[in-house]
Design a protein around this ligand. Structure first.
Ligand SMILES: *[C@@H]1O[C@H](CO)[C@@H](O)[C@H](O)[C@H]1NC(C)=O
Ligand SMILES: *[C@@H]1O[C@H](CO)[C@@H](O)[C@H](O)[C@H]1NC(C)=O
Ligand SMILES: *[C@@H]1O[C@H](CO)[C@@H](O)[C@H](O)[C@H]1NC(C)=O
Ligand SMILES: *[C@@H]1O[C@H](CO)[C@@H](O)[C@H](O)[C@H]1NC(C)=O
Ligand SMILES: *[C@@H]1O[C@H](CO)[C@@H](O)[C@H](O)[C@H]1NC(C)=O
Length: 433
């Protein structure tokens, strides 16, 4: 009699909790449809509880208790997620690989305004330290460190990152944060102190004038901002970042930036000439063979990019409305339109500051050539690589990276004539939705 009474009581409480959870979910869902923010996971399956209700016994009481605790934890998670959504916090990971224009696209977010906390390539420290320590790369250790550091940074916690910074920060003060000057948020008051009038127009700050970086201050400043974005060329698998989506304190979205692998290789051969010296020798000489290792590396790189994109485009439940694929070629040709689309996707306001920055940096001026090409010349600029590589290089990339190229809509060339024929565009118009 007494047990039965207890069981009913527990059930009433459990049902109240279920009801409360459902209310929260539907309230959040309403908001979601209104504001177009991502869907929250399905409510839980309560059929085990229903079973217990029918066959309630002393033995099942402890089971019930654990179910109850589980429910409570879920409720806490949803409450947290809801609070987070209501506060409008948003988290962006811009993932790319080297020479795909990610610094340029990162600026779209860096320039957003006072409410944005942007970090440029913080995982540089992780890779540098782990490679130094072990002499070689342990991919699974690296992937885990990447994921955990990104997760903490999006929550404004620099602790784990600090453990990778060398020399190790004392009292959370460092002078060696990689490319600090690329983050506006680390270069303005009060994080930059003493604050000195900005001298260099092109960079948001001059680290020498800012003095050492106080990471406690950086974290404080981060907490005060609604939007947080991190650009990285070091994440190899989008799937590796799933725990970030599942973290109830985060509302994270991914933008994957890709570029024609033939152009990427051409650009890397110039930018990283020592690392790519075998490629260069092979490209300009006949009778020199290319080592298998080089081809394997290229293939691994293309395969990783393709696998992440395939996962993202497939939109599994956990990635619903959280993934966007962008081609560098489209950004170079239609920067304003693409920026607007990216901002639309993130739900972050596309501010006049960003628009101005884009206008300024995509207009012709002597120092702003290169990546920052004009809108008028950009179509031409974007395909400039076609005149800097021999056909055999294009051909081998097509063989190794063919499936990625097909997925992203980059046209193959059959011969030298086609490679350098400007009247043929190698970029298919493609809408990734
Ligand atoms: C709910 O749980 C039952 C029993 O464990 C299972 O058979 C059923 O497929 C589940 N339903 C869902 C939607 O997960
Ligand atoms: C690589 O890292 C993983 C995860 O930290 C670890 O379990 C494994 O032992 C490491 N492998 C090697 C070869 O060091
Ligand atoms: C760094 O900032 C924190 C928080 O404002 C402050 O308490 C601390 O004294 C600062 N450290 C230094 C060395 O200025
Ligand atoms: C609640 O969130 C934490 C942190 O992400 C997670 O580890 C845990 O599994 C979640 N609990 C439930 C019951 O969903
Ligand atoms: C090059 O390829 C194009 C497209 O397939 C073809 O039309 C053209 O005849 C080829 N030119 C030469 C010189 O083989």
């Amino acid at each position: 009699m007494r047990f039965k009474y207890t069981i009913s009581l527990v059930f009433i409480v459990a049902l109240v909790i279920i009801e409360k959870e459902n209310n929260i979910i539907s309230r959040v869902s309403d908001k979601l449809t209104r504001r177009q923010i991502p869907r929250i996971p399905e409510p839980s399956n309560f059929s085990r509880l229903a079973l217990l209700k029918q066959h309630g016994s002393y033995a099942s009481l402890s089971k019930l208790d654990s179910e109850f605790k589980h429910l409570k934890r879920r409720l806490d998670n949803y409450t947290k997620k809801m609070d987070n959504l209501q506060r409008g916090k948003k988290h962006i990971i811009l993932m790319a690989s080297t020479r795909t224009g990610s610094s340029f696209v990162g600026q779209f977010f860096n320039q957003q305004g006072k409410n944005m906390f942007y970090l440029y390539e913080p995982l540089w420290h992780v890779d540098t330290m782990l490679m130094l320590k072990t002499g070689q790369t342990n991919q699974s250790a690296l992937a885990k460190a990447h994921r955990d550091v990104l997760q903490e940074l999006l929550l404004c916690d620099f602790t784990l990152l600090e453990s990778f910074i060398q020399p190790h920060p004392k009292n959370h003060i460092t002078t060696t944060l990689f490319r600090r000057e690329s983050s506006k948020s680390l270069c303005e008051k009060p994080v930059c102190s003493p604050f000195v009038k900005q001298v260099v127009e092109r960079y948001p700050c001059n680290t020498r004038l800012c003095g050492p970086l106080n990471l406690t201050l950086a974290s404080k400043s981060c907490h005060q901002k609604e939007y947080r974005a991190i650009k990285t060329v070091r994440v190899r698998q989008l799937g590796n970042l799933r725990p970030l989506v599942e973290n109830p304190s985060l509302d994270v979205k991914f933008i994957q930036l890709v570029r024609d692998p033939r152009a990427v290789l051409a650009s890397r051969m110039v930018a990283f000439s020592a690392k790519y010296k075998n490629w260069k020798k092979w490209a300009v000489n006949t009778g020199v063979s290319l080592h298998d290792v080089e081809l394997k590396k290229l293939k691994a790189n293309c395969d990783e990019i393709r696998a992440s994109a395939e996962l993202g485009l497939k939109q599994p439940d956990w990635l619903q409305r959280r993934y966007m694929l962008v081609r560098y070629e489209d950004i170079a040709r239609y920067p304003m339109q693409k920026a607007a689309e990216m901002y639309g996707f993130t739900g972050i306001p596309f501010t006049p500051q960003v628009k101005q920055w884009i206008l300024k940096n995509t207009q012709a001026s002597k120092e702003a050539r290169g990546v920052y090409s004009t809108q008028k010349n950009s179509a031409e600029h974007v395909e400039k690589w076609r005149f800097s590589i021999p056909f055999k290089l294009a051909k081998i990339v097509q063989q190794v990276c063919g499936s990625a190229m097909k997925l992203f809509g980059y046209r193959f060339v059959n011969n030298e004539t086609m490679l350098t024929d400007k009247s043929i565009s190698l970029i298919e118009e493609k809408n990734f939705k």
